[in-house]
Design a protein around this ligand. Structure first.
Ligand code: F0G
Length: 458
């Protein structure tokens, strides 16, 4: 018999969680005005809000916390991380930042101006926010297959080269500061981009003189999918695949809270020294001196160690295997999900799950609230509330997909937790016919409203 995958680690420390009653949850969620971000974490039994900064560090990472060099300038932890980034990604210049959006802020301050066009594959919301904040426009060039949840495609994060070239032909190169390739593509369901697509996009960008920037939050999970799904890569190590992926990029921003399995951290990496110099000024202004960038020395050390662990095949197999396990369980209950399952999360198709709730009443948010009430499981809406209003017309933007994301923290939960989540969602699915009312917004912030939105039952 072929032996199954199993986690390549054992558990040394545990954190008890409280299992609340439905009555308690009814009260708590009403108090937060039906915004799951507003819940105290001890009122959540299984927390799938995000896989960002919620992973469990290894004892090697914890030992880096003790080894951290807290010198203001020239910290040894900085040099440790610089070496890992250069070896792994082949990028000679790097700037630490306290998290992904901070790296975006530093890079975009140096590169994006009003009226610019930034094409890419379904930009993440902070990325889009930082682009729109500068009065530039993010253009989504993701392949059409990505928007059909039932359709199987091994690389639903791919960019459509035709859509991209249309953008390049329509606007002059000096209006296109970069093309952003998000690996894996979070917004479309943690879906990977193939090596072939990275190559094609890179060649097209070269032709039009546009730099390729990776949003590399989940680059290792992307490499795992290339190894397991793309011809010619099954015998290559994850680190070799990562090296090839980055050879096609000019630079990258990374939220290290994902694939580097740290609780805080990020960075910016690039080839070009001029860009490095330009961005350095903004790092010093917004984040701190160049050898710590808003982080403690100990965080830099844990990040360096996490990058090495996060690019191990056995770890990734168990990690992505667990996400797939949950996806298969949900499918066995006929629950509609984005297929195939992504690297970090299962995305439930809320339009198909709750067809009786009008889209103006926020289907995915309604499903997120129902799941919390049923089992104390906290997911997150990736739908109309997150999509926000059009910056010009101020009308609600209705995205092609209305999803409930169940993001799995790294090395945190067991497959028994996955069974519990699936059962909770299956119970909601059983009574879906009777759910025909959603929510209306009573308060929203002018940008990134989902974090603080307040809702009322219709
Ligand atoms: N890019 C991607 C693809 C992301 O998923 C995130 C964060 C960021 C950039 C920003 O990084 O949070 O460190 O500032 N995603 C988290 C999530 C918040 O839940 O998916 P950050």
């Amino acid at each position: 018999m072929k032996l199954p995958y199993a986690e390549p680690y054992k558990i040394k420390v545990v954190e008890p969680v409280y299992r609340s009653t439905r009555e308690e949850r009814e009260k708590w969620i009403k108090e937060t005005r039906y915004n799951l971000f507003g819940l105290r974490s001890d009122r959540v039994f299984i927390d799938l809000l995000t896989d960002s900064g919620t992973g469990a560090m290894s004892h090697y990472q914890w030992s880096e916390i003790m080894l951290g060099d807290e010198s203001y300038a020239g910290s040894l932890s900085y040099f440790k991380l610089k070496e890992v980034i250069n070896n792994l990604l082949g990028m000679p210049h790097f700037i630490p930042a306290h998290q992904g959006r901070a790296a975006e802020n530093v890079l975009f301050s140096a590169t994006i101006k009003e009226g610019d066009i930034v094409p890419g594959n379904s930009h993440f919301d902070t990325t889009k926010g930082h682009i729109e904040f500068r009065r530039a426009v993010a253009v989504d060039c993701t392949i059409d297959e990505s928007f059909n949840t039932e359709l199987y495609h091994p690389f639903k994060g791919n960019i459509d080269p035709e859509k991209l070239e249309t953008v390049f032909k329509k606007y002059p190169a000096d209006k296109i500061p970069m093309c952003i390739v998000t690996l894996t593509c979070n917004t479309s369901g943690g879906q990977p981009v193939s090596m072939q697509n990275i190559k094609d996009v890179s060649a097209l960008c070269k032709k039009y003189n546009v730099p390729v920037i990776f949003d590399a939050a989940r680059f290792a999970e992307n490499a795992y999918f290339i190894k397991t799904r793309e011809e010619g890569y099954s015998d290559k190590s994850i680190k070799e695949i990562v090296g090839e992926m980055f050879s096609y990029a000019d630079g990258a921003t990374m939220s290290s809270k994902k694939d580097a399995i740290v609780n805080i951290g990020g960075f910016l990496a690039m080839r070009n020294e001029d860009l490095f110099k330009k961005a350095s000024t903004y790092c010093i202004m917004f984040e701190g001196y160049l050898t710590y960038g808003g982080l403690a020395g100990r965080d830099l050390g844990a990040l360096a160690q996490g990058l090495m662990e996060g690019t191990e095949f056995d770890y990734l197999e168990a990690r992505i295997g667990q996400v797939e396990y949950l996806g298969e369980k949900l499918k066995s209950y006929n629950i509609p999900i984005q297929q195939p399952t992504g690297g970090h999360a299962v995305f439930v198709d809320a339009k198909k799950f709750l067809p009786n709730v009008p889209k103006e009443q926020y289907q995915a948010q309604t499903l997120a609230v129902e799941l919390y009430l049923e089992g104390g499981v906290r997911g997150v809406e990736i739908g109309t509330i997150l999509a926000d209003r059009d910056p010009e017309t101020r009308e609600n933007r209705y995205p092609a997909l209305e999803l409930l994301r169940l993001a799995i923290p790294r090395r945190v939960y067991t497959n028994n937790h996955m069974d519990y989540i699936a059962a909770s969602l299956a119970n909601v699915y059983e009574k879906r016919e009777s759910i025909n009312k959603g929510f209306k917004i009573t308060y929203e912030a002018p940008i990134m409203r989902h974090f603080t939105v307040k809702l009322e039952r219709v």
